[in-house]
Ligand binder design. Sequence first.
Ligand SMILES: NC(=O)c1ccc[n+]([C@@H]2O[C@H](COP(=O)([O-])OP(=O)(O)OC[C@H]3O[C@@H](n4cnc5c(N)ncnc54)[C@H](O)[C@@H]3O)[C@@H](O)[C@H]2O)c1
Ligand SMILES: [Zn+2]
Ligand SMILES: [Zn+2]
Length: 341
Amino acid sequence: MKAAIIKEKRVLKVENVDKPKITDNEVLVKVKASGVCGTDVHVYEGEIPIAKLPVIPGHEFCGVVEEVGKAIKDIKIGDRIAVEPNLFCGQCHFCRTGKKHFCENWAAVGLTRSGGFAEYCAVPRQAVYKIEDSLSFNDAAFFEPTACVLHGIERSHAKLGDTVVVMGAGSIGLIYTQALKAVGVKSVIICDIDDNKLKIAKSLGAEKTLNSKKDDVVKIVKEMTYGLGAEVVIDAAGAEQTLNLAFSLVQNCGSIVVFGVPPENLKLPVKMYDIYRREVSVIGSFTNPPPTNEQALKLMATGRIKYDQLVTHPVSLDQVESAILKMRDHTETVIKAQIRF
Ligand SMILES: NC(=O)c1ccc[n+]([C@@H]2O[C@H](COP(=O)([O-])OP(=O)(O)OC[C@H]3O[C@@H](n4cnc5c(N)ncnc54)[C@H](O)[C@@H]3O)[C@@H](O)[C@H]2O)c1
Ligand SMILES: [Zn+2]
Ligand SMILES: [Zn+2]
């Protein structure tokens, strides 16, 4: 089979390798679509120590079951499935207390073992989710990011009728825009520095789009919320500027969700008095614990989240390195690159 292998830092080769052999508790997936994520760029740059090179990356993928391990009774050849890449031990303190995303023995398809940048991938049963016929493979490849977004919404406590500001209109911000509308918020105000992305956000249901390089974001958000600010601000940019701005945009008693990955050593000059006096909650959101996965697939099957416009770069396996370089160097606007087989 053909696979894209990151051999060492900044060396990716597409090669013919043996099809993976499965164990009794794994299925062999014939991959149909595989998203390229910022994490894959970090793996390519050798910045993720847990992803020991060489590795076949790819953790956002779906496909058709080609072979089924002997111990698996509830999956059959030909099933259409999507992969949830996180693997949990089920026995540690966090797994046993319903916080599997903090599993002390965590592993992941496409990071600690071969992933979906290949024609076939062996996947443990626990990471396999059947998908409905109404969900296309191109959409199903957004399973993991969509589940992460739903976890962020749950963490945010966004409610019917709220106004939510989303900072960043990358693929994540654009999924947030649609998922927030689906859970019934009154309006989504989205902010980016790229007008093309903002145009897409508008067509996907954002009430207002703001370019933080040109617009007075605080003034406009206040005008749109009777001077109060937004109930929820979701940072899907991970930038110092957006995180700082969040404190001026959030309403008293509101929440700020730190979803975008900030630079590891970033510290902000937050006034602790404001946290006290304004009852502002600053909430982290990390990956996609299991209950949100089922929820994501059900929402995705309704067709309410549109992914077509997010895939700016549909590519073949042979083009994946070029897509990674475009993402790394920002030589083109890549919202999402997706390998299609
Ligand atoms: N918490 C989680 O579980 C989780 C899961 C997936 C991704 N992420 C993180 O979420 C973030 C978004 O992911 P993505 O794939 O959409 O990334 P992306 O890089 O495509 O999108 C980030 C967007 O933020 C915008 N931006 C940057 N600086 C800005 C500024 N000063 N003002 C306004 N906008 C600004 C960029 O133009 C870009 O459109 C990343 O940090 C990613 O690592 C977190
Ligand atoms: Zn990802
Ligand atoms: Zn565990």
